[in-house]
Ligand binder design. Structure first.
Ligand code: BGC
Length: 260
């Protein structure tokens, strides 16, 4: 199936590692021009850019802290300079934050998660939507999580940020729809990436994780990347203002498979 993404101008935040890298690769494989945003590990974005350009594609790497409005504005200007604008924003960058119950957590660390995951996602959407509304086309795909609906003790900032991104996306989708622009979310479950390495590398942690996943396996980054590319393409031109879960059934209340 040709997704029609050839030459589309795509920005993937946090595109140098984990899910972001898999998403960036999937867009590059579809012939899109891919800008990789990163904050740390420049080597990883360098490697990806070399890989994409060696395969005949166009790619950029842009260092920016997405929670900094000035840095985000400069990043979008750099994409304007290179490609004259943007067609698809994948807001992927995010952090889990430190484990800690609400009454123990450091309020500054709590706020940092909101700054990156919620405010950073908004700041990038703000810049992208300005351009997309003016050109009357575009897609903003925000990465949330099963934790936009599943509570998670010790991670109240993370769950609040992801639920926040979900509702923000629905509101932005209402605003942007009359202008030919879609805004939606993809919500991964447990995917094998560095963010949760401590869990899937630990035998007991992994066993416990599997009890939470009806399909009985951890997700691979490609499970999410394939859907992300599809959702950003015209194959999904009738989907906006909603979240697509890619979670092996984690949100299907696996503990209710028996009893109740
Ligand atoms: C988190 C992971 C976690 C997964 C399932 C994701 O949003 O980033 O650390 O394993 O949700 O709980």
């Amino acid at each position: 199936m040709d997704l029609g993404l050839t030459n589309k101008r795509v920005l993937v935040t946090g595109g140098n590692s984990g899910l972001g890298a898999a998403i960036a690769k999937a867009f590059a494989a579809e012939g899109a021009r891919v800008a990789i945003n990163y904050l740390i590990n420049p080597k990883q974005s360098d490697t990806l850019v070399k890989e994409f350009t060696a395969a005949g594609g166009e790619a950029l790497q842009l260092m920016a802290d997405i929670s900094d409005p000035g840095a985000v504005e400069a990043m979008f200007s750099a994409i304007d300079d290179a490609w004259g604008g943007i067609d698809i924003l994948v807001n992927n960058a995010g952090i889990d934050g430190e484990y800690g119950f609400g009454w123990e957590a450091d309020p500054d660390a709590w706020g940092k998660v909101i700054d990156v995951n919620l405010k950073g996602t908004y700041l990038c959407a703000h810049q992208a939507l300005k351009r997309m509304v003016a050109q009357r086309s575009g897609v903003v795909l925000n990465t949330t999580s099963v934790h936009e609906v599943i509570a998670w003790a010790g991670y109240s900032a993370y769950t609040a940020s992801k639920a926040g991104v979900s509702m923000m996306s629905k509101s932005l989708a209402q605003e942007a729809a009359p202008h030919g622009v879609r805004v939606l979310c993809v919500a991964p479950g447990a995917i094998r990436t560095p963010i949760n390495q401590a869990v899937w590398q630990d035998a007991e942690g992994y066993r416990d994780l599997l009890t939470k996943i009806p399909l009985g396996r951890i997700g691979e980054p490609e499970d999410v990347a394939n859907i992300a590319v599809m959702l950003a393409s015209d194959a999904a031109s009738y989907i906006t203002g909603t979240t697509i879960f890619v979670d092996g059934g984690m949100t299907d209340y696996p503990s209710f498979a028996h009893g109740g």
